[in-house]
Write a protein that binds this ligand. Structure first.
Ligand code: FEO
Length: 394
């Protein structure tokens, strides 16, 4: 990727990873991603903010070489995860005079993860500044977006916030700035759902902290740069608010069709009651889609047959994932089938301790669902309707 200019003296020098389809061996990346690194030239010093994933190290080095960057005084590390820090050792090798600037927690992690010697570091505290001559970097500790050590770097004179993962999106594009707002927000929401959602409380604190800063541009380390920061800040405010929507997500797996019949019946019953429903067949979905739906849904219903004595492993996965992502859902329903017994419901209940949600009356059919089972599903749909009405969603 060619070097691109944010404004005079401020350049994007990172890499676009068009072909990456999985992150952390867990998160699907249908749009690829970018590892943004930024070069800032002051009248006296030159700083590089973050680096790139080690698989794209050659792109960063080529950009710096072709841009004739002969000196880097400071490498700023906003986050220790390797997609941003992994090329720091190589940069320190190519630019041996550079000092690695980060906070105490991040320093410790970088020493553990990348074996960087202690003598290379300059440790900064919250709101500490570093002069580049006519430009000033201010370091703002913004923990838990995404790890405990994450910080943002604010370029005072230009009012640019370099936020690393915070406000990012896994969206590979040759466009430096946000052009297609709807598309970028779609990918930013996926990113939020998969990576940021467990940290809603901390995100709220960080947004409060950032209110003290005039920000004209947000330059994250994934995805395009926001030259209208309110676009993404307002989206985050909505996603972390307590306002869920009149939506039900049904995540299900069915072995011989009984659970599927119950899911179909519940789907119709909820739609008849004016509720938006999105079903996800767990054996075939992109889990990112499920995560996105969980950002807004008021209710999650898990559908599972009984395998041996417990829920199907795919239903277990969905429950564990939801428990880890900690969406705002208010209600959880469990439906499914069994042959001769088991503890599917008890097991599912035990898998979601992080969710501040009420467990609704479960419906479990023996074998093929019968009239009484469909009646029980109608009751469940009524219960969900009442819960949504009580939340003023309808
Ligand atoms: Fe983009 Fe948490 O790394």
């Amino acid at each position: 990727m060619a070097v691109r200019k944010l404004k005079d003296g401020i350049y994007s020098v990172g890499a676009i990873d068009w072909n990456r389809r999985l992150f952390d061996e867990l998160i699907p990346l249908p749009q690829g991603t970018t590892y943004n690194a930024y070069l800032i030239k002051g009248s006296e010093k030159i700083a590089l903010i973050d680096t790139v994933d080690p698989t794209m190290e050659h792109e960063l080095l080529r950009n710096l070489r072709e841009f004739k960057v002969e000196r880097i005084d400071y490498v700023i590390s906003n986050h220790a995860e390797q997609d941003h820090s992994g090329s720091i050792p190589k940069i320190l090798e190519v630019y041996p005079q550079a000092t690695l600037v980060t906070n105490e927690k991040c320093k410790s992690m970088l020493m553990d993860l990348l074996l960087i010697p202690e003598g290379k570091f300059k440790v900064v505290n919250d709101k500490e500044t570093l002069s580049l001559g006519d430009r000033t970097l201010e370091f703002i500790l913004t923990p838990w977006v995404h790890w405990p050590e994450t910080m943002s770097t604010y370029l005072r004179e230009d009012k640019i916030l370099f936020s690393c993962d915070f406000f990012g999106s896994h969206y590979a594009s040759s466009e430096l700035f946000v052009e297609d707002e709807a598309k970028v927000l779609e990918d930013a929401k996926r990113y939020y759902a998969e990576i940021m959602m467990p940290f809603m409380v901390q995100i709220n604190r960080n947004l409060e902290k950032l209110k003290d800063y005039q920000i004209n541009m947000i330059a994250p380390s994934h995805g395009p740069v926001y030259n209208k920061p309110e676009l993404i800040v307002d989206a985050y405010k909505e996603w972390i608010s307590d306002k869920v929507k009149n939506e039900v997500v049904i995540a299900y797996v069915s072995m011989h069709g009984s659970t599927k019949k119950m899911v179909d019946y519940l789907f119709d019953a909820l739609v008849d009651r004016g509720i938006k429903v999105t079903p996800y067949k767990l054996t075939e979905i992109d889990i990112g889609e499920l995560a996105i739906s969980l950002v807004d849904a008021a209710t999650l219903v898990l559908g599972t047959p009984t395998v041996l004595v417990g829920p199907h492993p795919d239903a277990v996965y969905a429950a564990v994932l939801a428990n880890a992502l900690k969406p705002r859902i208010k209600n959880i329903g469990i439906i499914g089938s069994f042959g001769w017994g088991g503890k599917a419901i008890e097991t599912i209940k035990g898998l979601v301790p992080n969710l501040k949600a009420e467990i609704l009356t479960p419906v479990l059919a023996r074998g093929h669902p019968k009239e009484e089972d469909y009646k029980a599903i109608d009751k469940l749909a009524d219960e969900i309707l009442k819960k949504h009405k009580d939340l003023n969603l309808i």
